[in-house]
Design a protein around this ligand. Sequence first.
Ligand SMILES: [Zn+2]
Length: 249
Amino acid sequence: MDIQRYNRQEKLKYLQGSGQKKLFAASILLVGAGGLGCSVLQGLAGAGIGRIGIMDHDRITLNNLNRQFLYTPADIGRWKTEVAAAWLARFSPGIQSEVYTYRLTRANADLAEEFDLVIAAVDNLETRLLLNEACVRRNIPLIDGGINGWGGCLFYVKQAGGPCLACLYPQAMENDREPAAFGTMAGMIGMAQAQMAVLALTGHTEGFEGKYIWFDGVNMEFHHTIIQPQSGCVVCGGHAQKQAGNESN
Ligand SMILES: [Zn+2]
């Protein structure tokens, strides 16, 4: 890493001293290289995260370009993972990147163990819940995000104990295959996910743990509600009980 590149941010509380070095040493798996993912990747790359895995199984289409700001018309038809990784290599050659051009499933979710943190930047609740389960079971922190019309949401799923995304959404709902999606909303929520990642990697999650945060892009307001871990949650409820059981043995 070219240290001088980061000297403006090393003045910041949390990034002074060892903070920036933690980011250089950190690894993140970014699942989804669409609207949210493009923005997340820019935030992570700018911050100087040392190693970034990019997972996506789609090719770029013309109607992605209203919100997927790393891609241009010349990229139509190419894999998002490859174009995103090529952008990353140009933007910050010191960052190590890996691409995974396939869909995340239960069978390949062990990949998450190779990273310090996972970011969900996908457009369907089914995959978000699958990632939630994969990360909670493996004790890997997850930053979930989603956009919905003129707004979006954010949720940090810490290691062990909940609350988790399944406490909020016990099961996937029917998804519109091509919901409305706008670039500025993807950009704002994706950057907010990257900001949460920086804070999590430097050990400062106390401000947003347990908060379900959403942004109203019409009234320009952030809101949050505190989520309580659900004892009946099949993902973190069982895990929390198992942890407690282990401690009493
Ligand atoms: Zn839960």
